[in-house]
Design a binder for this molecule. Sequence first.
Ligand code: 13P
Ligand code: SF4
Length: 324
Amino acid sequence: MAITSARTAALYDRVRRFIPPVEWPIFADDIDAILDLKRQRNAVVLAHNYQTPEIFHCVADIVGDSLALARKAMTVEADVIVLAGVHFMAETAKLLNPGKTVLIPDTAAGCSLAESITPEDVRRLRQCHPGVPVVTYVNTSAAVKAESDICCTSGNAKAVVEALGVPRVIMLPDEYLARNIAAETDVEIITWQGHCEVHELFAPADIRQLREDHPGVTVLAHPECPPDVVAEADFAGSTAAMSDYVARQKPSRVVLMTECSMSDNVAVDHPEIEFIRPCNLCPHMKRVTLANIRAALEQNRHEVTIAPEVAGRARLAVERMLAI
Ligand code: 13P
Ligand code: SF4
């Protein structure tokens, strides 16, 4: 068992504030194996900002928000993509780079938003609102994307809605993201009642308490939070936008109203900043571990496939988004 190779020792230096020494030998063994397997299989690991620091900082080749992962997946040249994130992200990577083997370490890594809507729901919405374009958040199945005109992420939702040049759009499935965007644009937005089970838990009272307990704290919120939470925050943006805000503005104290691992990952690069952590865990993101990334590469599991009749239409909706 390679517990303390020079390369894992160097990686531990980076994450030691977030991983207790007693846990590291187990992680180091998996990290060493994954680094070797990536070379042997000509594979890359794409990790979302909500992955734990030992994944995000120690085995990932590409990290970012949903938009960045989609853009970068498109240009991956390696043979294999391991998506350390949730299922819709792996599907998006497969849509955009169909010639590659795309692996998801745990097929049960879902998303409450993706589960909130079916293709039939989208068809019914179209019947109720004839001629109104459907803008679909990437946090959906490929089958739902296939029923849509265009996709969006939290990083480009306003730009996508306004680029359509129409007075009304249907935006699904995240009601709060849609209402937060509606507050920033003149385009009328018809919403769906999906919610992120992580972000819906934050309340404005949490922010008031945080400001009282930690004077001067800068509050950043993800736009999947309810609108009354976003209204009380100092800034709202995608996970990448929050990370960029911290790097640019360097607040002395900051709180990220989002998934727990995000603060740890950003804090690695900003030891001078105090991060307050009233976070909520995403049980789906947390299904991905070093152990199942290693197993994915060793056993070529679990390969993501999309039925061709769905893939063509879903790809079009994602590509239209990326063209904006
Ligand atoms: P972004 O990284 O695109 O902001 O999305 C957040 C999220 O909830 C992904 O599951
Ligand atoms: Fe889905 Fe929310 Fe988890 Fe993101 S954080 S994967 S939106 S449940």
